[in-house]
Design a protein around this ligand. Structure first.
Ligand code: COA
Length: 269
């Protein structure tokens, strides 16, 4: 990446493990990578940076957690202990931005999950476009056990991932479920050996990064509203996303490379 990486940060680590791929690691293993106010602010600043980097440079993002115990244990409940209502509202507005701005990034986001992805941690995996998880990973939306409900997308993203009836049980029981269940239900794309979720995510990220960046962004944008909309609206949305690609250099390069029997060199323009 030509653009300098954002940072330095205290609660997250940011690096570029492959060309055009950004890895963001939630890095508070002693608290099972729970997010506090500072982590949410740092994540928002990375999402702001990522939204501004040219399409040709940043092509995929991997979100993961430090250590093998947890991807993320949700909001930091120690920081929240005794928190007054006003501060809670303010903090939650920040957490919403953290999750919504991640979802809104126009590039593929992959969650690489080892250990527990609980509550807001589970919601962050669902805020990504897809998930690779170690077979030892565990998921849960525990909020109802704490007098809350998921508030950073979980009630919307979970039923879209696993269907309304399974989601209803997960959300109303708060009961943890295994990576195997998550895989069987269609929430996790790939199950890996323990310790290999990140390597697996990186493998897919590297493939994505070789594809035409504007086309990758456009295909995500086309799916974004299209999936939930009535079919005619979805088809119109798809065409809205398709047409601008016709005018790109990368589209011409792709066709040319095919005809010249060589690999395309995409620039994101
Ligand atoms: N906020 C703050 N601290 C947390 C935390 C959270 N969400 N989750 C875990 N921690 C802390 C624990 O309090 C413990 O700290 P201590 O050593 O000072 O007691 C440390 O992280 C290790 O936690 P522990 O429960 O021993 O780890 P584990 O590997 O056995 O279990 C989890 C991991 C994620 C399954 C478990 O910690 C858990 O259920 N956490 C709560 C998740 C949750 O429901 N969050 C709701 C947010 S709204």
């Amino acid at each position: 990446m030509k653009t300098a990486l954002p940072g330095p940060f205290e609660t997250i680590a940011v690096n570029a493990p492959a060309d055009h791929v950004l890895q963001v690691t939630l890095n508070r293993p002693e608290r099972r990578n729970a997010f506090n106010t500072q982590m949410a602010e740092e994540l928002c600043s990375v999402w702001g940076w990522a939204a501004a980097v040219p399409a040709g440079e940043l092509r995929c993002l991997i979100l993961t957690g430090a250590g093998d115990k947890a991807f993320c244990a949700g909001a930091d409940l120690k920081e929240r202990k005794g928190m007054d209502t006003e501060s809670w509202h303010a903090q939650h507005a920040l957490f919403e931005r953290m999750s919504y701005n991640l979802m809104a990034l126009p590039i593929p986001k992959i969650a690489a999950v080892e250990g527990a992805a609980f509550a807001g941690g589970c919601e962050l995996t669902l805020a990504c476009d897809f998930i690779h998880a170690a077979e030892t990973a565990r998921f849960a939306l525990t909020e109802v056990t704490l007098g809350l409900i998921p508030g950073i997308g979980g009630t919307q993203n979970l039923p879209r991932a696993i269907g309304a009836r399974r989601a209803a049980e997960v959300l109303t029981t708060g009961r943890p479920f295994s990576a195997q269940d998550a895989y069987d239900w269609g929430m996790v794309n790939r199950l890996t050996d323990s310790g290999s979720a990140l390597a697996s995510a990186l493998e897919s990220a590297a493939i994505i990064a070789r594809n035409a960046p504007l086309a990758v962004r456009a295909v995500l944008a086309a799916m974004d509203d299209g999936g939930e909309a009535a079919l005619p609206n979805g088809l119109a949305k798809e065409i809205d996303c398709y047409r601008p690609l016709i005018d790109t250099e990368d589209r011409q390069e792709g066709i040319l490379a095919f005809n010249e029997k060589r690999k395309a060199v995409f620039k994101g323009q």
